[in-house]
Design a protein around this ligand. Sequence first.
Ligand SMILES: [Fe+2]
Length: 361
Amino acid sequence: MILLELDIIETASHYPVPALVGFTMKANLKSILGISLLAVASVSAAELNVYSHRHYDSDAILFKRFSEETGIKVNVVKGSADQLIQRLSSEGKNSPADVLLTVDAGRLHRAKSAGVLQPIKSEVLIKNVPVTMRDPEGYWYGMTVRSRVIVYAKDRVKRSELSSYEALAKPKWKGRVVARSSSNIYNQSLLASIIAANGKDKAFAWAKAVRKNMARAPRGSDRDQARAVASGLADVAIMNTYYLGILANSSVAADREAANKVSVFFPNQNGRGAHINVSGGGVTASTKSKKEAVRFLEFLTSAKSQETFGNVNFEYPVLIKNNKSELLKSWGSFKADEVNLSILGAKNSEAVKLFDLAGWE
Ligand SMILES: [Fe+2]
């Protein structure tokens, strides 16, 4: 019933339609469809424009569910985080965007610094999102967690040989490591976490030594690193967990086989824990639909939505212990580095500089 509602509420304007106007406008159509007036009155006629860097099936499912539950239509503009932040900046207060969704705390920090988000106070968000996974001033909130781990060849590496990110710098791993380029923010955030834990000098030495241990110059996506390990080109890769889930569930047989040949190792379990990061979102500075935008973020961090992110995109919920995905459970539970993720953004430029100096392209 509400699904029908969605199509009818759709308006050209992105601004919220006052409840009474929306109600009157819809009542004629509804009477034809025999939909109860109560149901009509309980939904808002607003739309939300979401600028999203995320490109996952889980999001489409959740946006649809949000619309069904609230009557708020969700329009999505996709692009890279930097493009979207740039677009928000140039559109300024005339931007039609209400919400920005992106991956990596480093990018959320960039959006905050660019002035395109506004601080949000929400008891629901504070309850749903742990303190280390949201901006201290409320400019952005984490929505899913991903861990950047060591993925290894099951037939060539014993788990007992693996321990920490730091240990990948040892000569033992010469010619056996693959990782993507340092221009990728996931690596920048990993190095930022190492700077936070060990200091700048040790972080620099680590980046330099790991680069020297690589089986090839950094290139490709995270998925390509898993493929390289599966093919025998390298023995260990640094990559995000959910890409292994995506490979394991791929429609391409070769990718499913590759996922079968490798496994996940959570590093630094005897120390600070495995590096984690979030994807997350914030309400734009320009929104005219703040209430709905906050409601949208609250919806995405609700227990039910968090379960969908896990089942469909193999990401952890922000409350990691609530994970219900069988695949994620099969990788085992793990201790996560609890450094406040806003620090990853704060140390991003330092990490970029260190990568350059270390020769990690
Ligand atoms: Fe990703």
